[in-house]
Design a protein around this ligand. Structure first.
Ligand code: ATP
Ligand code: MG
Ligand code: MG
Ligand code: MG
Length: 466
């Protein structure tokens, strides 16, 4: 039956409250005391120390609806936005947690009961996976729950969850929803699975280890439970639509963006990117991030400029992005009062960044389009990428986004060489110049030491390298 996003959120919290869970508010997007993590990327982040045993709470079961951003670091979905039905940079994760209280059996039972009884989903539409080594979870699913062995698979990496390169982690069990044969793609783990027919809705993590920087895994004192279900994904299921972008939460935003940009087709890819990005940008600013040239601020700048570029592609005549804050407030202000409170500030920050980027965007795009027209081959030169970056303020992933639309890639080694030459010129002239490397080292300030710029760079451009 149809349920709104707000109804689903409430039903989830109510159900787990009835099962003895404390309802805990969402924590901010900037992790409180965690230098290893760029943004809150899952519900468990605010409980990390409780899992590790170094923090105690007066409850052993908790449930949350946590705002999350996945636009950098280990979990980065920036490149997926606009290309898949299920990924956002900003989303809400519904979760239930056990701190040394219940373990696999109850966690699995709670999830199954919530989906099949509270939400009333047909069992035949669900598919379950467990870690290939986890015979215990497999037994619970098959013998106690009665999961269909025909819709069950045992996978490797996909069924081992970690918050980041260090910290709590463990094997997991996931539940998928089959959106039906009209959508291309095979079941989880099959060769033709791209994740968009059988959409992963819920991950149940059996928290068992703490991973250290050298990769060693120490068992946690108390095995615990951490689960996460994307609100937008389960809303798509309950509202009988395939894409997250078709749910209630997004309709008003998309309509507002379409009206603002004078676009007729509310399913246009660029419009979806914009509707996604206004959420992450606004909430990051609410949580204290400002556009800058490094660290978290540079991730915000990248998302913001990317949105502005997509508006430009749709023919935006002037600054438009900040105007979407109001419809966002209308949509989400009730659940997030801090958004209402800071609306004016968020609008000003976005407008300023839009105006600043507008000065170079058109010329930069003209240069890029010319370079693409002149191209022979499939790779945009490092020199062009560098010039766009250095002179026109194009983050590398923005250039890569344009390149991808033309099925082209970037010469990142060439780009690196240009960067290196720039550094040497700066050094030779003895100026205290901007640390150019810091600009792409998005993780620089937040990662533990020992990570090299090279790795950080790869994260920024990630998928586009091939
Ligand atoms: P996927 O494989 O689809 O990228 P994931 O395995 O990376 O998802 P988890 O880390 O297991 O996701 O997060 C738990 C849940 O959070 C997922 O099952 C999904 O419902 C939701 N989720 C994860 N990433 C996103 C995203 N970028 N946008 C919306 N919901 C998400
Ligand atoms: Mg993912
Ligand atoms: Mg997954
Ligand atoms: Mg998962």
């Amino acid at each position: 039956k149809y349920m709104t996003s707000a109804e689903i959120r409430q039903a989830f919290l109510d159900y787990f409250h009835d099962q003895g869970h404390e309802i805990v508010p969402s924590s901010p997007l900037i992790p409180g005391n965690d230098a290893t993590l760029l943004f809150t990327n899952a519900g468990m982040v605010q409980f990390k120390d409780v899992f590790l045993g170094t923090d105690k709470r007066n409850y052993s079961r908790a449930t949350t609806s946590q705002r999350c951003v996945r636009a950098g670091g280990k979990h980065n979905d920036l490149e997926n936005v606009g290309y898949t039905a299920r990924h956002h940079t900003f989303f809400e994760m519904l979760g239930n947690f056990s701190f040394g209280d219940y373990f696999k059996r109850d966690a699995i039972r709670f999830a199954w009961t919530f989906l099949t009884e509270v939400l009333g989903l047909p069992k035949e539409k669900l598919w379950v996976t467990v870690h290939h080594s986890d015979d215990e979870a497999e037994k619970i699913w098959k013998e106690e729950i009665g999961a269909d062995p025909e819709r069950f698979s045992k996978l490797d990496e996909d069924n081992f969850w970690a918050m980041g390169d260090t910290g709590p982690c463990g094997p997991c069990s996931e539940i998928f929803y089959d959106h039906g044969p009209d959508v291309a793609g095979g079941p989880p783990g099959s060769p033709d699975d791209d994740g968009d027919r059988y959409i992963e809705i819920w991950n149940i993590v059996f928290m068992q280890y703490n991973r250290s920087a050298d990769g060693e895994m120490t068992p946690l004192e108390a095995p615990s439970i951490d689960t996460g279900m994307g609100l937008e994904r389960i809303a798509a299921v309950m509202q009988n639509v395939h894409s997250n972008y078709e749910i209630d939460l997004f309709q008003n935003l998309l309509n507002a963006a379409a009206a603002e940009l004078n676009v007729q087709d509310t399913t246009a890819k660029s419009l979806r990117v914009i509707a996604d990005h206004i959420r992450s940008c606004a909430f990051l600013i609410v949580d204290g991030v400002l556009p800058s040239n490094e660290g978290r601020g540079y991730v915000l700048r990248r998302i913001l400029r990317r949105a502005v570029r997509h508006g430009n592609k749709l023919g935006a005549k002037g600054a438009f992005f900040h105007k979407l804050v109001a419809p966002l407030v209308k949509e989400m202000g009730e659940a997030y009062p801090e958004l209402v409170e800071l609306q004016g500030q968020v609008e000003r920050v976005i407008l300023k960044e839009e105006e600043q980027f507008a000065r170079t965007l058109d010329n930069g795009m003209a240069l890029l389009e010319q370079a693409i027209a002149d191209l022979d081959g499939k790779v945009i030169s490092g020199e062009t990428v560098f010039r766009l970056y250095d002179t026109y303020g194009f983050p590398v992933d923005l250039t890569a986004d344009v390149a991808r639309e033309h099925e082209l890639s970037l010469d990142m080694d060439g780009f690196e060489q240009e960067m290196e030459q720039q550094r040497q010129r700066a050094r030779a002239s003895g100026q205290f110049s901007v640390d150019y490397n810091a600009r792409i080292k998005v993780e620089g300030e937040t990662r533990f030491s020992g990570y090299e710029a090279f790795e950080d760079r790869t994260e920024v451009v990630g998928l586009f390298r091939e």
